[in-house]
Design a binder for this molecule. Structure first.
Ligand code: ADP
Ligand code: ADP
Length: 229
């Protein structure tokens, strides 16, 4: 399970300016579709519509053939995971921040997820900027380490559908490669939508959609799209 479909989706934040102008694509269960395109093209809007932060004005967003307006917010959230560009951590331990992926997960599961995401040694610490009740300062986490917290959270949640919205674009090249490798492991076998600004970061996607000005300008595999250039 986990097929995602956008059918002729139209959307605008305000009536004078159309953001998505008839966007249709399908992500078969377990496959990866990348959405690339210039800043302002409407890429993150697609993510917000899938999470139902907003509703489409025309067309449909479907998961496994069901219009997402017909499912509860709770069950929608249960099947969706997200790694955003900048992960914001709550004022609690890293372990708590990971457990947020699946409230009720056991300590051992949290520890395992942290180890898989390679932040095991940090889990008892508070994030940067916070201070414990006994006055202990939070740990300064790098951008890559914060993304590892988000990855551990996703490992724990194990959602069938995963949205990666510019998840590596705030990182330096070396860290980007490391986090990309971790994300590749997490997205394996899950329906994955990758939002990226560069074609070179989404080489292995099953399909790449190039979004320009709210419309799909091109689509195909990485090789096919490069061949056209
Ligand atoms: P991308 O992710 O491709 O950079 P977005 O989907 O974030 O593009 O945004 C598409 C357009 O919608 C942009 O021009 C942006 O300024 C505008 N936009 C985004 N969010 C809002 C909002 N909440 N209200 C009004 N306009 C918005
Ligand atoms: P943007 O795409 O510009 O970051 P959004 O309005 O989509 O803006 O999201 C604002 C912030 O909320 C994101 O930066 C991210 O940290 C967080 N966020 C967005 N979607 C989710 C989600 N589905 N689950 C958890 N956090 C999210």
């Amino acid at each position: 399970a986990g097929k995602v479909e956008f059918r002729d989706v139209h959307f605008s934040y305000d009536p004078n300016r159309k953001i998505l102008k008839g966007v249709s694509f399908e992500v078969p269960a377990g496959k990866t579709v990348a959405i690339v395109g210039p800043s302002g093209a409407g890429k993150s809007t697609i993510s917000r519509l899938l999470f139902r932060f907003y509703d489409v004005q025309a067309g449909q967003v479907l998961i496994d053939g069901q219009d997402i307006r017909d499912v509860t917010q709770e069950s929608l959230r249960a099947v969706l995971g997200m790694v955003p560009q900048d992960t914001v951590l709550f004022n609690d331990t890293i372990a708590y921040n990971i457990r947020y992926g699946r409230v009720g997960a056991g300590e051992e599961e949290v520890r395992k997820a942290a180890e898989l995401a390679q932040i095991g040694p940090f889990i008892a610490k508070l994030p940067d900027g916070y201070r414990s009740m006994v006055g202990e300062r939070g740990l300064k986490l790098s951008g890559g380490e914060k993304q590892r917290v988000a990855i551990a959270r996703t490992i724990l949640k194990a959602p069938p559908i995963l949205m990666l919205d510019e998840a590596t674009s705030a990182l330096d090249t070396q860290t980007e490669q490391e986090i990309q490798a971790a994300l590749d492991l997490v997205s394996k076998g899950r329906t994955t939508i990758v939002i990226a600004h560069r074609l070179s970061t989404v080489i292995s996607a099953d399909e790449i959609i190039v979004l320009k000005d709210g419309q799909i300008a091109e689509r195909g595999t990485h090789a096919a799209l490069l061949g056209k250039r």
